[in-house]
Design a binder for this molecule. Structure first.
Ligand SMILES: Nc1ncnc2c1ncn2[C@@H]1O[C@H](COP(=O)(O)OP(=O)(O)OP(=O)(O)O)[C@@H](O)[C@H]1O
Length: 661
């Protein structure tokens, strides 16, 4: 079968597939006037994603037809009315993600169902009627990142899921019992709630207590005496359980109904998505445009979907309706949620970030914080455009920045933009980041973590490589329990170890970015589980102490030999900003000044390799409060430096110069 024939065959297996009428002979699935058929995405001319969500489909899913789609990696049938046993998706061994949430699938999933699905990363089966044990073969999926089985009737114990890759887990509202495996201790109780029989550290129920509570099985006098009263108690408990169960089922039903009513773009986070068009998503509950400067109730739309609130109209106005109709593309799935690029018919392109775990504040508090973000104006800060608030759905909308992120340009892209990342451009980027961060530290001074999420994927690049900071200022909004995982600034050593945070965490992140830009290496600090990447701080520290500092620079900028002095200076600034003791890091204002001073106009070229550094002891005398021990032994071993000292040194005769080449 051709892909076209296969898709038409698939469509025939559905009931109520009128929304797929445009799928048909005489067209090409991956290209109808430059766009793919509704509900599919393509890569290299082959169907890669099937996103048939929110469409009221029932009937069966023709797996034989899907087998003909050789490039298929993601299938999503979320929020339809499919029922019966789970289809044989396991015959599609190359799948990376299966989304079946909110259907009526039922029955047991065979224990070995996932045995031949090594590529599988995301399994979303929540909101069905699956029963029986959670399949053991899930434990063998080495790449599993997301497992969502909530709101089913899975029973028995949780398999030993020990994959370090697992980042997102929801087993809530099932009938699971027994001890939660220690490997899942990193997940909080929300992942397990609604399973009366579970016990474990992370849900605050000691398994010993549970064991103690179980009455001895032996018989005897005592057992007989207490027999009738315990059977009465058991009957009472049973009655309470039945009532609770009814209440739970009712609540789940209400939740599902509400979820069905609003599903903004009707898609989930896919890894490799190129373009996904919604296949007839319900558009009943689109909101109206509302300005963000008034009360949240003023002019609000009555529908349960709620409004889109504009907090900054500089780029134009739009509403939920425009977003719902927009062609969309998945950009990625970050620690805080997933992001979609939405191209609206009015010509505006925006990024919609669907945020999870932002329930620290109530609606009023949330709106006040977000409106504050909408008032920020700085050439290195991307100002939020709009938001949408519901208790269980929060969207933040930003302008789309076409050149993409520094992360992508440095480590992903090998095209023209990457080629332009020469030394002057990289220095300009660092300076812009520092300026934007300085602005945030002034404007959001009351926050413990003014940025709180500084990393290269949150630095976007304008047309002239002017950096723009994004995803900042969330620390007042993110749930405490999630904050450590969600906010990367918490990855500074003191935050990781003691959960202590301060603006110095942002300084640490600035240091990481500096080292990343200089070395061109991807820092392992960005990864949740420290797998992959390079521990850039230790690596730089070790190399500097062995006198190999210059060897660290990205070979692609090393040909700017005349700028070696500037690079060395910046390397030391990066190393100081990433000191493990926050007191040894500079204040943000100091760091900015150091960075501004890296390139001294008119002292370029060979002369720039001669750096003015204060004599040992000078710094302490000049500004004892603001000294920073530079833990480097590169010839200036243990020398105390500080920015003020270094800058002053240039202007005084109390300094000596040495060649760092
Ligand atoms: N306004 C934007 N314009 C262009 N690309 C963007 C924009 N916002 C985000 N991106 C890119 O989309 C991708 C996904 O972003 P997202 O913010 O969801 O994840 P993240 O930055 O990796 O993690 P986090 O949730 O911690 O911020 C990233 O590569 C990011 O650089």
């Amino acid at each position: 079968l051709t892909e076209l024939q296969a898709l038409v065959k698939l469509k025939k297996s559905f009931t109520n597939a009128a929304s797929l009428d445009s799928w048909g002979l005489g067209t090409t699935p991956c290209n109808v006037n430059g766009r793919p058929w509704i509900g599919i995405s393509c890569e290299n001319g082959l169907v890669s994603i099937l996103s048939l969500e929110d469409s009221g489909f029932s009937g069966s899913i023709d797996i034989d037809a899907l087998l003909e789609l050789k490039g298929l990696r993601v299938v999503s049938f979320k929020n339809n009315s499919f029922s019966g046993a789970i289809p044989d998706f396991n015959r599609l061994g190359a799948l990376k993600a299966i989304f079946l949430s909110e259907n009526q699938f039922s029955g047991e999933i065979p224990s070995d169902y996932f045995a031949n699905m090594d590529s599988l990363k995301k399994v979303w089966f929540g909101g069905n009627n699956f029963s029986g044990p959670i399949p053991e073969s899930l434990a063998n999926l080495n790449n599993l990142t997301e497992l969502h089985l909530e709101n089913n009737q899975f029973s028995g114990s949780i398999p030993l899921l020990e994959q370090p890759t697992l980042e997102s887990l929801d087993l809530s509202n099932n009938l699971l019992e027994g001890e939660i495996p220690a490997s899942l201790n990193k997940f909080n109780e929300r992942s397990f709630q609604g399973n009366a029989g579970l016990c474990g550290e992370n849900i605050g129920t000691s398994c010993n207590d549970v064991a103690d509570a179980v009455p001895p099985t032996g018989s005897g006098d005592q057992g007989n005496v207490s027999g009738s009263s315990s059977s009465k108690t058991a009957a009472g408990l049973m009655a309470v359980a039945v009532v609770l169960l009814c209440v739970m089922i009712g609540a789940i039903h209400v939740m599902r109904q509400r979820q069905k009513k609003f599903n903004l773009l009707g898609k989930e986070d896919f890894d490799d998505a190129v373009e996904v068009r919604s296949s007839g998503a319900s558009k009943k509950d689109m909101g109206s445009i509302r300005k963000g400067n008034g009360s949240s109730r003023r002019g609000s739309h009555k529908g349960s979907g709620g409004d889109l609130v504009l907090v900054n109209e500089e780029s134009g106005t739009f509403g939920l309706t425009d977003l719902m109709k927009a062609g969309a593309e998945v950009l990625g799935n970050g620690t805080l949620g997933s992001s979609y690029k939405a191209m609206m018919s009015n010509g505006m392109t925006v990024v919609v970030k669907r945020i999870k775990d932002m329930n620290k504040l109530g609606k009023e508090g949330f709106e006040a914080e977000v409106r504050r973000l909408g008032r920020l104006r700085h050439q290195n800060v991307l100002t939020l455009l709009a938001y949408h608030y519901r208790k269980d759905e929060k969207l933040l909308i930003n302008k789309y920045v076409a050149k993409g992120s520094l992360l992508y340009l440095l480590h992903g892209d090998r095209g023209l933009n990457h080629a332009e990342l020469n030394w002057p451009v990289r220095l300009k980027i660092v300076q812009g980041i520092a300026r934007g961060l300085g602005y945030l530290h002034t404007e959001l001074a009351s926050a413990n973590l003014p940025h709180g999420n500084l990393k290269s994927s949150n630095v976007l690049l304008g047309p002239d490589f002017e950096p723009l900071l994004v995803d900042y200022g969330f620390s007042p909004l993110v749930n405490n329990a999630q904050a450590v995982q969600a906010l990367l600034a918490y990855k500074s050593p003191e935050a990781t170890q003691t959960h202590e945070t301060s603006p110095k965490c942002d300084v640490y992140c600035l240091g990481i970015i500096i080292l990343e830009i200089l070395t061109g290496k991807f820092p392992s600090q960005y990864l949740n589980h420290g797998k992959g990447g390079i521990d850039i701080v230790d690596w730089v520290r070790a190399a500097i102490s062995e006198g190999r500092g210059a060897e660290l620079f990205d070979p692609e900028i090393i040909n700017s030999r005349n700028s070696l002095g500037e690079m060395e200076k910046l390397l030391r600034i990066g190393a100081t900003c990433t000191e493990s003791d926050p007191d040894q890091r500079p204040e943000i204002t100091e760091a900015i000044q150091w960075i501004e001073d890296v390139h001294v106009e008119g002292v370029g070229g060979q002369e720039a390799r001669t750096v003015q550094v204060p004599r040992q002891g000078y710094a302490e005398a000049a500004a004892p409060e603001s000294t920073h021990l530079l833990n480097v032994q590169d010839g200036y071993a243990g020398r105390r430096l500080n920015s003020i000292g270094e800058r002053s040194a240039r202007r005084t005769s109390d300094s000596f110069a040495f060649d760092i080449s």
